[in-house]
Design a protein around this ligand. Structure first.
Ligand code: AMP
Length: 229
């Protein structure tokens, strides 16, 4: 199954992707995670991307399109993938169509997670993420606190507030989302791919809604879209 998770910053794309990859045994491809790894590694691309990320702006299309082209060409993406945070602009979506066309693949579903803007600000500014890149578990100081403050329940790693989760940057990311990314709902509605989900309630409630909509009773990970055989 080839899936796109769409939604504002903090809508829960990453959290849901982490649960969905376990169910379907397909990789999560997060351009945000790949860019943060490049920033941490201090690569040329990472240095350039950091300026945009810290300002809550989008990294130029050609950079993220290149990242996705390389990542989708890897063997593990052949059995399916979950795109988290890509595409974020119409030109990125058009480029994705081309890349997939070249791989004889297509998107099966675009899950659009809808959450009220003020709720997103509260979610993001209280979010804490595990520093251990292999874990990446997320917590919230109010809603899902770690058992021991600042320590990941899952792997014992240190929890941190992402550089771009401060309120000023969060508001800028939301404005960018409204202006550049929301038009994608129209883009994929025209293709009949959008599956809207109300992103309210507990993590498991939202997950169950997504799995229900994907018709995933069989847990099928092939491009049939799930549940068809
Ligand atoms: P995320 O972890 O998905 O919230 O992404 C964090 C930041 O990385 C964003 O605010 C952007 O600066 C950058 N970024 C991630 N994905 C993309 C993308 N598809 N296009 C442009 N910038 C991106």
């Amino acid at each position: 199954m080839n899936l796109i998770l769409l939604g504002g910053p903090g809508a829960g794309k990453g959290t849901q992707a982490k649960k969905l990859i376990e169910k379907y045994a397909i990789p999560q491809i997060s351009t945000g995670d790949i860019l943060r790894a490049a920033v941490k590694a201090g690569t040329e691309m990472g240095r350039k991307a950091k300026e945009y990320m810290d300002a809550g702006k989008l990294v130029p299309d050609e950079v993220v399109i290149g990242i996705i082209r390389d990542r989708l060409a890897q063997a593990d993406a052949k059995k399916g993938f979950i795109l988290d945070g890509f595409p974020r602009t119409v030109p990125q979506a058009e480029a994705l169509d081309k890349v997939l066309g070249g791989l004889s693949a297509k998107i099966d579903h675009v899950v659009s997670i809808d959450v009220d803007e003020e709720a997103l600000v509260t979610r993001l500014t209280g979010r804490r993420t595990c520093k251990n890149a292999a874990c990446g578990q997320m917590f919230h100081i109010k809603f899902t606190p770690a058992k021991k403050e600042g320590i990941c329940d899952k792997c014992g790693g240190e929890l941190y507030l992402r550089d771009d989760d401060n309120e000023t940057t969060v508001r800028s990311r939301l404005a960018t989302y409204n202006q550049a990314t929301k038009p994608l709902i129209d883009y994929y509605t025209k293709k009949g791919l959008v599956r809207p989900i109300a992103g309210v309630g507990g993590i498991d409630d939202i997950y169950n809604k997504i799995v229900g909509i994907l018709g995933a009773g069989s847990g099928c990970a092939c491009s049939c879209g799930g549940g068809k055989h």
